[in-house]
Write a protein that binds this ligand. Structure first.
Ligand SMILES: C[S@@+](CC[C@H](N)C(=O)[O-])C[C@H]1O[C@@H](n2cnc3c(N)ncnc32)[C@H](O)[C@@H]1O
Length: 310
């Protein structure tokens, strides 16, 4: 498909998704129906979550007890991995940071760095508002789970909270990328298809959710140290489980976060209103203060790189 025909095909999909959302329907389902697909297209995942921006903050405000219980369960899983030395944590698919903020608050340890990224700009915008309101110091940016703009082993612990979930069919890539960026461990809190009952499994299949996360991790050579359903889950038809993967941390932790160009893995440096990978002449913009670090955001700008080097 040429890029122009791709654009023409995407127009009706995005319109159908917006329409479904406005009418209280499921936007990803609308995209799957229109495309006759079982899995969720990356662009459909992005549009569906972007449309929902603000709803997680609303629900954290409306039901603070549920958010607190969720975050405390996650903090209990992360604490043993971050207590022995000042550590950094990264939430992939951070959404509106309602989980990240609560995790940082409830961990009760000093962190070297905390941050998260999401494919959706609107959700990161909502996340920044929530973090500011909670007085939680954490860095957020737009990024893609399948091309995280960070160096190998850049963060001590990489974790997720139901963000691999909609990316069914791409389990190997998702787990592999989390393992690449983690120095010490990966903690995936996701619906675990293989441990779920038949009704939940049917629902997960119909939503195009991830399956076989443990198999994916093991086939990548990861060491599984925990794998089970969790006591607290937001939706019994989408039972949350945990998969903990430990790594032998060989490289020493660094104070500076090592950014990388998601297209080339060349070093990437924040430079005012952009991020620059000077070695390869690629720049990434910052929109309303939010870095846009998905591969699609890369601008080939050799002239800019040369000017800034001088
Ligand atoms: C169910 S929400 C969970 C959000 C957050 N982790 C939490 O606990 O509130 C899933 C999130 O994953 C994000 N996501 C899905 N696929 C992604 C991808 N490929 N890269 C980055 N974020 C992604 C979505 O945009 C969405 O915000």
């Amino acid at each position: 498909m040429s890029s122009n025909s791709a654009a023409l095909a995407f127009g009706p999909v995005v319109r159908a998704m917006r329409e479904a959302y406005r009418n209280g329907g499921n936007a990803m389902e609308a995209a799957r129906a229109l495309l006759g697909a079982d899995a969720n297209l990356p662009m459909a995942v992005l549009v569906a979550y972007d449309l929902q921006a603000g709803t997680y903050v609303d629900s954290a405000r409306a039901q603070p007890g549920r958010t607190e219980t969720w975050c405390s369960q996650l903090a209990d899983l992360l604490r043993p991995l971050v207590t022995h030395s000042p550590s950094s944590i990264l939430e992939v698919g951070v959404g509106e940071a309602t989980t990240l903020a609560g995790v940082v608050e409830q961990l009760g340890v000093t962190l070297r760095w905390a941050g998260g990224f999401d494919v959706s700009w609107s959700r990161i915008d909502a996340a920044r508002g929530w973090l500011a309101e909670r007085h939680v110091a954490a860095e957020t940016f737009v990024g893609d789970l399948f091309a995280i703009p960070l160096a190998d082993g850049a963060v001590d612990v990489v974790y997720s909270s139901h963000s691999l979930e909609p990316n069914g069919g791409r389990e190997l890539e998702a787990v592999g990328e989390c393992l690449r960026v983690a120095r010490r461990a990966v903690v995936l809190v996701e619906p675990l298809y293989e441990l779920a009952g038949p009704d939940a499994q049917a629902r997960m299949r119909s939503h195009g959710y991830v399956r076989g996360l443990r198999d994916a991790a093991e086939s990548l050579g990861a060491r599984v140290v925990d794998y089970r359903l969790l006591p607290y889950t937001g939706n019994p038809l989408n039972p949350s489980g945990v998969l903990v993967l430990e790594k032998d941390a060989q490289s020493p932790a660094t104070d500076q976060l090592a950014w990388r160009c998601p297209l080339t893995h060349a070093p990437l440096t924040p430079e005012g209103d952009l991020f620059l990978a000077a070695d390869v002449g690629i720049a990434y913009p910052v929109m309303r203060g939010i870095p846009l670090l998905r591969p699609e955001h890369g601008v080939v700008a050799s002239r800019l790189a040369d000017t800034m080097r001088r």
